[in-house]
Design a protein around this ligand. Structure first.
Ligand SMILES: Nc1ncnc2c1ncn2[C@@H]1O[C@H](COP(=O)(O)O)[C@@H](O)[C@H]1OP(=O)(O)O
Ligand SMILES: [Mg+2]
Ligand SMILES: [Mg+2]
Ligand SMILES: [Mg+2]
Length: 313
């Protein structure tokens, strides 16, 4: 059997990302059960908690230790006085990821071509409001400008029925290989109508105009980019529509990689691809439009009205 250091770089980065996301989930649950959320307001309608800070420290600390020279961009500012990781915070690369055969196209990627986008806790407003299943940990891996691998970890998946050591799920994808961590029972039949998932906590007139233009039969106002893409994957919504510059590359890189590995797409609201190289601008200034089915993507993109296009361009 080969040692982990024999595997291609992208696969090893994904394996450490998956393990770090799972370890970060423990931190998120610990912060919530301590009752000490340590909320800081970063800006208007933009919170950070001790869980965001603690999860990012674990993920970035592990990635930097394992891959010196790797470009890792996290949502939260890094604390120059942060404690080094303790032995119990260091992760082993995920064995399930390492056991796969890396697709040929990703075998020889040099470290300088890789950018990792880390959202240590997506859905912070919902976390603070105790809407726990809206929360995900997102780690997206780009090669050049393309999102090729993603980790979506949902620390509170099934929290209402399962004990803390059983709840949660870890989903990961690699381009050319597929998506892992989803069970068949989580996939519903394709529902009829136009079910639109959109923001719960960052609405405005333009956001609502875009949703209305999609002629929704139902609107799901829920938190988090990761959570909304999971609703698409589970066929509980047809489109994720967010006509606002509020989402950043760390919100969309991992969800885009996972969705694309299932044949779906995530673009800006006008249908343009989002670049994920290290020099990409952080905000997705022209919003987000995502669907599991390509035909739905074209259908909803065509409905976005002129006033929304103008407001975001
Ligand atoms: N105006 C905004 N300011 C800061 N973050 C935003 C804003 N709009 C969206 N986001 C980020 O995008 C995610 C998806 O948006 P929404 O939940 O509103 O649909 C949010 O959970 C938040 O990520 P995070 O929670 O990681 O800060
Ligand atoms: Mg945030
Ligand atoms: Mg986020
Ligand atoms: Mg976040």
């Amino acid at each position: 059997m080969s040692s982990s250091s024999d595997q291609p770089l992208v696969q090893r980065v994904l394996a450490v990302s998956a393990a770090s996301a799972a370890r970060a989930s423990l931190v998120i649950r610990q912060v919530m059960s301590s009752g000490q959320l340590g909320i800081v307001e970063k800006g208007k309608n933009d919170l950070q908690t001790a869980a965001d800070r603690g999860a990012q420290r674990i993920i970035i600390g592990n990635l930097r230790l394992a891959f010196p020279g790797l470009t890792v961009i996290g949502e939260e500012d890094e604390d120059p006085n942060a404690e080094p990781l303790r032995p119990d915070e260091l992760v082993q690369p995920d064995a399930g990821v390492l056991a796969k055969d890396c697709p040929a196209a990703l075998r020889d990627v040099p470290v300088g071509d890789v950018t990792v986008w880390v959202d240590p806790l997506d859905g912070t407003s919902e976390f603070a409001a105790n809407l726990l299943d809206h929360v995900t940990v997102l780690i997206g891996i780009a090669v050049g400008s393309r999102a090729v691998a993603g980790v979506i970890c949902q620390p509170y998946y099934n929290y209402q029925t399962l004990s803390p050591d059983q709840m949660g799920r870890l989903i990961w994808s690699l381009e050319g290989l597929g998506v892992f961590g989803l069970s068949e029972t989580e996939i519903a039949n394709n529902p009829p109508g136009n079910i639109i998932a959109t923001t719960r906590s960052h609405s405005n007139q333009i956001v609502n105009d875009a949703v209305t233009a999609c002629e929704p039969t139902e609107v799901l106002r829920v938190g988090g980019s990761g959570h909304k893409v999971l609703l698409l994957i589970e066929r509980r919504a047809h489109a994720y529509v967010f006509a606002s510059p509020g989402c950043k590359k760390w919100d969309t890189c991992a969800p885009e990689a996972v969705l694309r590995a299932l044949g779906g797409c995530l673009t800006d609201i006008l249908g343009n691809e989002l670049p994920y190289d290290a020099s990409a601008t952080h905000p997705n200034k022209q919003g987000v439009l995502a669907t599991l089915r390509k035909e739905d993507h074209a259908r909803f993109a065509a409905k976005i009205p002129e006033n929304v296009r103008k407001a975001l361009s």
